[in-house]
Design a binder for this molecule. Structure first.
Ligand code: SAM
Ligand code: SF4
Length: 325
């Protein structure tokens, strides 16, 4: 029988989020409001190490790898990384989460390398709001990149973090865009991290009123795939796109957790908000897939039932750029 990564709560992990850098060029107000701060030398995972990680996870049942960061497109060897993940036996899907600033020029190369799906972060469809949130006046470039990604035939999702000052207009703008644009736009509740406590207090809004409004307007819940993310997704016959909600503060959010995370410096994070990362790097040196798999099977036993975010617990996560969201 094939070995599989399963924790003591019976959750199975078929989805790996792999951060390839924690560097970012944006200054999103909820993530890196002062921009990326390089406080020490960083030695990010090499292609050889990523190959070992991909092979070990795939051998334990992982079918989907999402590359993230920081901003993963800042790595010049991203096409090679996509390629080696896509060519790992057992990996059926390679996805990327990006702020999208390189989309127009790079999407063709990424798809050629084996990319199947992309998540682009667009927190507002109003160029002024977008620029205030991210520190960059790049909305139109990114939207042009989204069009190119759709033309390339890959699945496109949009991540939008809900922030109190913009939440009044956001849903209407999103729905107007989704009427004709075949993407899945996911509204994400702001999460509290070690660095954004005050910002969180002033800006967090619940997704529940949005869910009620969608149901009232005839949006229908869609059934999830086993490798799908944590979004509750809704479809409507009059709209080309779908809309999703990610509500980490709602009851039962962790029950269907199906993902593990590896940081850009090679630490396994059993949860986005785990107490600490568990170092894997020493098992990557010899490219020994079997040794790494033995470690992963032992470490999975420490995975907790919940992130305890509702109790204000943020673990070792100071901001999500360090791990990839
Ligand atoms: N730089 C890439 C990007 O922005 O798509 C990838 C990394 S970013 C950390 C991944 C996702 O996490 C983004 O969609 C971002 O909006 C989201 N994110 C970051 N900090 C967050 C927070 N405190 N709460 C909710 N989502 C957050
Ligand atoms: Fe950078 Fe993504 Fe964080 Fe924005 S959310 S600062 S793009 S890592």
């Amino acid at each position: 029988m094939k070995a599989i990564l399963e924790d003591k709560f019976g959750r199975r992990f078929q989805y790996l989020r792999l951060s390839v850098t924690d560097v970012c060029n944006f200054r999103c107000s909820y993530c890196l409001p002062d921009g990326y701060q390089c406080d020490s030398d960083r030695d990010f995972l090499s292609q050889a190490e990523i190959k070992t990680i991909a092979a070990a996870f795939a051998g334990l049942g992982t079918r989907k790898i999402r590359l993230t960061g920081g901003e993963p497109s800042l790595r010049k060897d991203l096409p090679e990384i996509i390629g080696l993940c896509a060519n790992t036996p057992g990996i059926e899907q390679v996805a990327l989460t990006t702020n999208g600033f390189k989309l127009p020029q790079m999407i063709g190369t990424w798809v050629e390398a084996g990319l199947n799906a992309i998540n682009v972060s667009i927190d507002s469809l109003d160029p002024r709001h977008f620029s205030m949130i991210t520190g960059h006046d790049k909305l139109n470039t990114i939207l042009a990149g989204v069009d190119k990604a759709l033309s390339a035939g890959i699945r496109v999702k949009i991540n939008s973090v809900m922030l109190r000052p913009y939440s009044g207009t956001m849903l209407d703008q999103a729905l107007a865009w989704l009427r004709h644009t075949p993407v899945s736009l996911r509204l994400i509740e702001l999460m509290q991290t070690g660095d954004n406590q005050t910002f969180f207090k002033h800006n967090h809004v619940s997704g529940l009123p949005v869910k009620e409004r969608l149901l009232e307007q005839g949006w229908i819940p869609v059934i999830r795939e086993t490798t799908a993310g944590p979004a509750q997704e809704f479809a409507h016959p009059d709209f080309a796109g779908r809309i999703g909600l990610i509500m980490p503060y709602s009851n039962g959010f962790c029950d269907s957790c199906n993902r593990l995370r590896v940081s850009a410096t090679g630490n396994l994070h059993l949860c986005l908000f785990a107490e600490k990362g568990l170092p894997l790097r020493e098992y990557l040196q010899e490219a020994d897939v079997g040794v790494l798999q033995t470690q992963l099977k032992a470490l999975i036993g420490h995975k907790e039932a919940s992130h305890w975010l509702d109790k204000g617990f943020t673990g070792a996560t100071t901001h999500l750029a360090m791990l990839g969201g």
